[in-house]
Design a protein around this ligand. Structure first.
Ligand code: PLP
Length: 269
């Protein structure tokens, strides 16, 4: 009897499935990092690949400990993956060590990967350092030049651009500096602005991404915002349109979070 498997299961290489990769931290609470990114990718019907760059011990009340994955093993995870699978977009999240930032930048160049979203994770929303000292210099010099989109919050924009960022005008100035450092599009997120939640998008021209604040503390907001953008880039959406959709998505997602009553609200998307 003839086997009809090939007619039932189309060959992988003809698959229309879009793929996105996250290179980020492992969050046992499921609220941020790789776990958040994979849920977002899946919600956008994008197949998620994930490479672990750091491990964390955390819950909804905050990050208690962080350990980087050895950079040689990070490189191995990436090279083995790329022997077989090619993502249509990728995002970087918590890389934690200088060596890991250097490896990710080297691999992006070596495999000529495009649609690169850099979420420059330096601090948690509870104020804990999530990256080794000096990581910001490596992000500035090695990741921004390969970034299609970089998504710093106000604090990260300040550290990376080397200026104080406390209002909309500072956010605009920081965006120009990060663009000049090599990022094609820069989104400085304004979640920490008083009363409003305006983000600045800059790619040579400014666009304001306006939004109303949803009250509360949310775990994994930055991770999700950049994951939505990566998922949309993987589907062929342009950075500005992706940022606009991500902004709308985040507001809706925040309204659907839940709370354990002890710490920050958790997303279930
Ligand atoms: N854990 C991981 C693995 C992260 O990547 C991040 C931030 O990007 C956090 C924790 C902190 O998330 P938040 O500051 O939204 O609570």
């Amino acid at each position: 009897m003839r086997c009809h498997l090939l007619t039932i299961v189309p060959p992988f290489y003809n698959s229309p499935m879009r793929m996105a990769l996250t290179i980020a931290g492992f969050d046992p609470s499921g609220g941020a990092g790789i776990q958040a990114d994979l849920k977002v990718f899946s919600g956008f019907e994008v197949y998620g690949l994930s490479v672990v760059a750091a491990l964390t011990a955390q819950n909804s009340m905050g990050v208690k400990a962080v350990r980087p994955v050895a950079s040689a093993f990070l490189r191995r995870q990436l090279t083995v993956l790329f022997e077989d699978l090619e993502p249509h977009a990728l995002k970087t999240g918590m890389l934690q060590s200088r060596a890991n930032v250097a490896v990710v930048s080297e691999i992006i160049k070596k495999y000529r990967l495009g649609n690169v979203v850099v979420d420059p994770v330096l601090l948690s929303s509870t104020g804990r350092r999530l990256a080794e000292k000096g990581t910001e210099a490596l992000v500035r010099n090695k990741l921004l030049p390969v970034a299609t989109v970089v998504t710093p919050n106000m604090h990260e924009a300040s550290v990376l651009a080397g200026i104080e960022v406390k209002d909309l005008e500072d956010m605009k100035r920081a965006a120009v500096i990060l663009h000049e450092l090599g990022a094609e599009s820069v989104i400085v997120t304004g979640g920490h602005l008083e009363g409003t939640a305006v983000d600045i998008f800059y790619n040579g021209e400014y666009t304001l991404l306006k939004g109303r604040k949803v009250p509360g503390e949310f775990h994994g907001t930055g991770c999700r915002f950049s994951a939505v953008i990566a998922a949309l880039l993987a589907k062929g959406v342009k950075p500005l349109a992706a940022a606009q959709q991500a902004k709308i998505y985040m507001r809706q997602a925040m309204k659907k979070t839940f709370s354990t009553g002890k710490g920050m609200h958790l997303f279930n998307v």
